[in-house]
Design a protein around this ligand. Structure first.
Ligand code: AMP
Ligand code: MG
Length: 338
């Protein structure tokens, strides 16, 4: 998965500050570590041991899922085309394939050959030719992944990439562990995916900063939340520039090309991590109009959308929970259900 960045570190610190400052006198246990190519920070109230267990769980998921690690289950599957996988990996694949369908193929876990062709896995960036892109796009097809009791099969030319959903799934597994612990509350900052658990000691709501694409060490606003997941996707996380054009790591599965639709960042708020993470990537690719239609025809989530002309679009369910940072002059628009 992606290399960690300084910006992820700073964003993590900012979110931590929010978490700590809003939590009254009770001292939380905090720990940070590197996993899934980002800095993760766990802040837990009321249980001194669960943080270590959560870290172990996330590191174990990372070892199984990282397509760039030649010892991982996904790497093995991508090279052998057929493999038995662990229960966790099978569970995530099953969940991911459902999400690919629910998200109309804008989220597609078979983008790996295209991600590699653009150089996003190695940092050796290049712009593939039109004919290469056509072949790559022809091989992006989540329906070709066959999952059975005996394992997983994929055809030649198809490879899996769970990078858009792994952090969200890790948040779900972590919250399951918290549910079976003594912890009273927790803020899990897993890179761009934040998991919120329990009730803070002082009864106040959690505040989650949303990274500013212009300066990812800062934030353009924050959301007050109770439980749930806040997942953000942005081109600023990984991109390169060639001949004055910016190419980002979020690809349109239909073309195998980077999304190029004036979205600067897309945040989803919902109750499930895998869903939030897959949706932030997919709705980013959809762009403002299609994503707005999707919001109006589907229930169970809310969005904060920032476009590259400095316009913010916030859906009605969280409109009153959002505060724009005083240093930002974005125009704020509200998206309503019909
Ligand atoms: P995220 O940061 O969650 O938006 O995930 C982006 C990562 O997921 C990229 O670095 C790619 O590895 C992979 N990816 C890019 N585009 C897609 C897509 N449309 N569907 C699924 N995975 C994608
Ligand atoms: Mg995602």
């Amino acid at each position: 998965m992606r290399k960690s960045t300084k910006s992820a570190l700073c964003a993590a610190i900012i979110i931590m500050l929010f978490a700590l400052s809003a939590c009254g006198g009770t001292k939380p246990e905090s720990s940070s570590f590197q996993a899934m190519d980002t800095l993760m920070t766990l802040t837990v109230y009321g249980d001194e041991e669960i943080g270590a267990e959560i870290k172990e769980e996330i590191l174990s998921l990372d070892r199984a899922l990282d397509a760039t690690d030649e010892n991982s289950e996904i790497h093995h599957l991508n090279t052998e085309k057929s493999a038995a996988v662990s229960e966790d990996t099978a569970d995530l694949l099953n969940r991911s394939l459902q999400l690919c369908g629910d998200l109309d193929g804008f989220f597609d876990i078979t983008v790996y050959p295209a991600v590699t062709a653009w150089g996003f896995t190695t940092g050796e960036y290049r712009v593939p030719s039109d004919s290469e892109l056509k072949t790559l796009a022809d091989h992006i097809d989540y329906t070709a992944v066959k999952l059975s009791d005996n394992g997983v099969r994929i055809p030649d030319g198809v490879m899996l990439d769970l990078g858009a959903v792994a952090k969200g799934y890790a948040a779900d597994r972590s919250i399951e562990l918290l549910n079976n612990s003594k912890a009273q509350a927790a803020v899990l900052n897993l890179g761009g995916t934040i998991g919120l658990f329990g009730k803070k000691p002082d009864g106040s709501r959690f505040k989650v900063g949303i990274a500013d694409p212009e300066n990812p060490a800062g934030y353009f606003g924050y959301l007050s939340c109770d439980l749930g997941i806040v997942a953000t996707s942005g081109g600023y996380e990984r991109y390169f520039e060639r001949d004055g054009k910016r190419y980002i790591h979020i690809l349109d599965p239909a073309t195998a090309k980077p999304a190029d639709n004036h979205i600067a960042s897309f945040t989803i708020v919902t109750d499930n991590g895998a869903k939030a993470d897959a949706m932030s990537t997919a709705l980013f690719v959809m762009g403002l109009d299609k994503a707005t239609d999707y919001y109006r025809t589907h229930d169970g989530f809310d969005c904060v959308i920032l476009t590259d002309d400095g316009s913010l679009y916030i859906t009605e369910g969280i409109y009153d929970d959002f505060t724009l940072d005083s240093g930002h002059r974005y125009t704020v628009n509200r998206i309503n259900k019909p």
